[in-house]
Design a protein around this ligand. Structure first.
Ligand code: GEK
Length: 250
């Protein structure tokens, strides 16, 4: 029997950018986005469902009893739910953090009651929380929204709050320094979005609203930063077009 994921549950169709908009304002995670989020992320991020499922599988293997799991930038809690369904230790406590009230309100209604005992939803900026006693930290497509100059400090605080042998799962959209390579990867991502029913107008308007908000970096930048932070082992375990996931072991 398949697992229940948030994407299987009712989500409205994402049509936010289907009409020409007079003024394109920077993308933010408000109520309109929260309403359509499962549809939006599944049709926009290649490999999203796989990454969420693998987050559960990896967490179950690396979880240490009586430690915390963190889902940073949890949105509707898909990664937290994947962890809750995969980790069978009764001591598991998952702290799912997001600074969007709209996302957390929706998450409260969507997450199955039986998992709300072990998942604590916390409304906060992930740059202002204390990470402690953590064996699993997940940042699935969240670091890309943090100002680049703040990223090292955030990763250092995460590292300091982690147990030895604990893991960070870091999923991000990637950038390429070689212009041809960058263009090819962007084109392939657009093919993916078109195949999922987004029009050229939707793709272009959404891209413009994300330009100042979602700031991707290269794979090398991520790997180097994780190593400089102190992680013993850093491995890229997934890539689909320009979307990737890394595991970093303390
Ligand atoms: C998933 N991980 O479905 N503090 C807290 N939350 C933040 C911050 C911040 N400083 N900045 C952004 N966010 C999820 C998907 S979405 C990715 C993550 C995407 C939150 C923001 O409110 C949003 O909910 C999430 O990070 C990014 O597995 O939409 O591409």
């Amino acid at each position: 029997m398949g697992r229940i994921t948030l994407s299987d549950r009712q989500s409205e169709l994402d049509t936010l950018y289907s009409k020409p908009l007079d003024k394109l304002v920077d993308f933010n995670f408000d109520e309109r986005v929260a309403k359509v989020f499962p549809d939006m992320i599944n049709r926009s991020v290649p490999g999203y469902a796989s990454i969420v499922a693998m987050t559960g599988i990896l967490s179950a293997e690396f979880f240490q009893p009586n430690t915390y799991c963190y889902d940073l930038g949890c949105s509707l809690g898909a990664s937290a739910l994947s962890m809750a369904e995969s980790i069978h230790d009764r001591s598991v406590k998952i702290i799912a953090v997001d600074n969007s009230t709209a996302m957390l309100n929706k998450a409260k209604n969507l997450l199955p009651q039986k998992h709300l005992n072990c998942i604590e939803l916390m409304e906060s900026d992930i740059e202002h929380i204390t990470i402690k006693n953590a064996s699993i930290v997940v940042m699935n497509f969240t670091l890309q929204f943090i100002a680049p100059k703040e990223r090292s400090a955030l990763l250092k605080r995460i590292y300091q709050g982690m147990k030895s042998g604990g893991i960070l799962i870091l999923s991000e959209k990637l950038n390429y320094t070689d212009q041809d390579q960058q263009q090819l990867l962007i084109d392939m991502h657009h093919f993916f979005k078109k195949a999922n029913g987004y029009s050229e107008l939707e793709i272009s308007q959404k891209r413009q609203t994300l330009e100042n908000v979602l700031l991707p970096e290269t794979l090398a930048t991520h790997k180097n930063r994780l190593k400089e932070t102190g992680f013993k082992h850093v491995e890229q375990w997934f890539q689909c077009f320009n979307f990737s996931s890394l595991i970093a072991i303390k």
